[in-house]
Write a protein that binds this ligand. Structure first.
Ligand SMILES: Nc1ncnc2c1ncn2[C@@H]1O[C@H](COP(=O)(O)OP(=O)(O)O)[C@@H](O)[C@H]1O
Ligand SMILES: [Mg+2]
Length: 310
């Protein structure tokens, strides 16, 4: 269980501000939304969920947003303990895929059960019909916020972070679960040096392993979290061969390598953009061995905004 400090004492790098137009969340020194140039505001001024009660938790602040949902800091109304509560974005409310992924996230975390994976304790639906999960709250900040502020990191710090992520991935892979969306915004750093891998919503179960994911999820109107022919993930961290659909434990290791490179350089490696992969594939006339044969990476300056979308 992550150790928790008192609620006060917010420091730079973890102040969360929201764009009043696009509702994107930003941390750190960002004051204006780079997407639409609106001045960022405190979440409570534009987010009507803050102050409301969901299940047994009162939402007291926003912790971040991603492609799937908004994550709030919740306080248990009877016990006073804190939790992180991820609520699906409204635009996903009607998509059974999205609900399935959220449930998948809870089940993957439970199936792996590892100290470097945030524990999920509940799954439910808000009054207005949005699925949510209740997670262990990590007092800290995501790796992307740290990198934006302090990259490159000292070698020992980077190795420590990689070790902890690798430990979570190792446990997942042993259970036949592949994360498939490993990237700095899906890694939380606790204030006491702990590292947690978040966001197992598009995790995949390898053939021959029995885990309570994918096939056994039996929500009404359910469909698999990964539709045939759909490639899920984030291109910058995706092994080139994943463009052809298949992920295995090596895909997570590739993403971890990209993260390590990002931690040790002051430039973000954008890895291989999908368009470039297509060009390289054609040029090299190889489809599955691009990484080994061509070793193509393009570097670009680290983006200035700590965007937290998937
Ligand atoms: N358990 C948690 N404790 C603290 N902050 C969290 C927690 N889970 C998520 N967050 C914050 O919310 C952001 C989005 O969470 P994530 O699970 O990646 O959402 P999505 O599935 O929408 O991408 C993270 O980058 C992090 O800043
Ligand atoms: Mg995420």
């Amino acid at each position: 269980m992550a150790r928790q400090a008192p609620l006060s004492g917010v420091t730079i790098g973890r102040v969360m501000l929201l764009c009043p137009r696009c509702r994107h969340a930003y941390r750190g020194s960002q004051r204006v939304c780079p997407r639409d140039e609106a001045v960022l505001v405190a979440p409570a001024t534009v987010d009507s969920r803050i102050g409301t009660v969901i299940g047994n938790h009162k939402l007291v602040d926003m912790l971040g947003t991603g492609g799937m949902g908004a994550v709030y800091l919740g306080e248990h109304i009877y016990i006073g303990t804190r939790a992180a509560i991820k609520i699906l974005h409204e635009q996903h409310a009607a998509e059974s895929d999205a609900v399935t992924r959220l449930l998948q996230e809870a089940r993957a975390a439970a199936a792996i059960g590892h100290g470097n994976i945030v524990a999920v304790s509940d799954f439910g639906e808000t009054h207005d019909g949005l699925a949510y999960i209740v997670m262990e709250y990590v007092e800290g900040r995501p790796l992307d916020a740290l990198l934006e502020e302090s990259a490159p990191l000292p070698l020992f710090r980077a190795i420590n972070i990689v070790n902890q992520i690798g430990s979570a991935l190792g446990a997942a892979h042993q259970k036949g679960i592949v994360h498939r969306d490993l990237k700095p915004e899906n890694v939380m750093l606790g204030d006491f040096g702990e590292v947690y891998v978040l966001d197992w919503g598009i995790a995949k179960v390898l053939h021959g392993h029995e885990t309570p994911l994918d096939d056994t999820i039996d929500l009404p109107g359910d469909s698999p979290a990964t539709r045939a022919g759909t490639v899920l993930g984030t291109p910058s961290y995706m092994a080139p061969e994943r463009r052809h659909g298949d992920a295995d434990p090596r895909s997570d290791v590739f993403a971890l390598g990209v993260i390590l490179n990002e931690m040790l350089s002051d430039e973000a490696t954008l890895s291989i953009a999908p368009e470039l992969v297509a060009i390289v594939e054609r040029a090299c006339k190889v489809s599955s061995n691009i990484r080994r044969s061509c070793r193509c990476t393009i570097s670009a300056r680290r983006p200035t905004a700590s965007s937290t979308s998937r």
